[in-house]
Design a protein around this ligand. Sequence first.
Ligand code: ADP
Length: 514
Amino acid sequence: MIAARILIVEDDRIVARDIQHQVSRMGHVVVGLSASGEEAVRLAGSHQPDLVLMDIRLEGEMDGIEAARRIRDAQRIPVVFLTAYANDDVVQRASLTEPFGYLLKPLEEPQMRTVIQMALYKQASDAKLRMSERRYAATLASIRDGVILCDRDGRVDFMNRVAEAMTGWTAAEAAGRPLTAVFVAVDEETLEPQEDFSALVRRSGALAPPERLSRLLPRGEAGESTRTELTGTELTGIVVEERCSAIIDDRGEVAGAILVFSDLTQRRQIAETLRKAQTDLARISRLTMMGELAAAVAHEVNQPLMAIITNAGTCLQRLSQPEPDLGKTRAVAERIVRDAQRAGDVVRSIHALARRTPADPGWVDVNALVVETLALVRAELRRARIALETDLQAGPSRVHGDRVQLQQLVLNLVMNAIEAMAAPDLPLRRLRIVTASGDGGISVRVEDSGPGIAESDPDVLFRAFYTTKPSGLGMGLSISRSIVELHGGRLTATPGTPCGSVFEFVLPPSPGET
Ligand code: ADP
């Protein structure tokens, strides 16, 4: 049993006392006794009882029906009427106040007990219902989707604020109208009028059929929207995604439908912006790559080109002598051909590097590679008066990789070492190349006695376009690192002892070569 706080309104004091005793025996608490309507309204306000037992005939101006109406309007406190006359007139007037029950006088305890329990139970379930309605109302008001509820005949019952804004109808105007008059939609692509989604759902009783894309036409274009009238630039309205579910009652029958629709305009704009940003990014990275590629080609081809120009000059000089030594001239011409071929190979290998695949993988003897590369720079070393030392200890020195790329790598490091020792006041000019092999793979060290690395973080040197040379491109070390990484190795720069710098790369041992 629910124990409740009860207000008794009865002008016959004896009856009032009697009711008070009965109610107390039932376990309830009587919070007040009143003989007039005016006082009852006041006591209801100050005591906030759970239930009012209200006689219809009362002392004073205000009768019980009027007092009950005021209490209901102000506090929603349930009222049970007590009456000796159950004539139609009185009951009809009383029922307008939505009472929770009637008790006929003289009052009998079992009847009173049941009516009070029923009233309290109904009040509790009404409160629950009101709470649940408030929850739904708050949910519907806060979501960004439009929501329209319609009854079993497809007439609008309710619509939330978003639906009002999107359709151009207010909920009050739309109430009772067919959904098709308020929500006018055409197929997004064909622009054919869309069939009433709620009718489909109500017919099939489906709870959640697949969503569909429609163009929701603004109010005013309703009814006039056909394929012929709406074309191209005249296209109005917003694209929405519609979902519709049937509302099923306790008997399992379709009581209506709920239509939920979301505006896709913003979502599509975001997707379009994203797509554009991705395209721009792809274009920029292509341009950057092309720029790096062009710079790489310029850098790597420069060395053989310089050699070609020098040798071509020598060739012409020899040929202009009265009795040219054709044997020697031929040797110089052959060097021109060799350098030109190397330039071609370099271009091909850079192209492969850009695609990040070894151009022509095969077995490469690292010691032999170092010797061949040094042969290419012999003239430069002589001109710069640099002493060359080699310490080629790599035992079985084969690695699997691309010969041209690996030669470029060694050449870049050697040329950088030569350039680092270009200052005229340098006390010592020494280039030392050391190869070694061990468990970690094969390593090649290029040591110079130049001024050393200017940066505290040597990694900066490997960035594309980083250079400290007036006519430098800043690509040599960046390409070199790419080559080493493509071969699964690593390239580092450290200060030399007692001076200069050491550039070392280690290539992983090849299968079967350890
Ligand atoms: P570039 O030679 O065109 O400048 P690199 O990428 O080959 O481009 O080298 C980048 C920079 O790294 C050089 O400008 C230089 O400052 C530094 N650097 C490279 N090698 C050495 C070296 N052996 N000793 C000192 N600094 C070096």
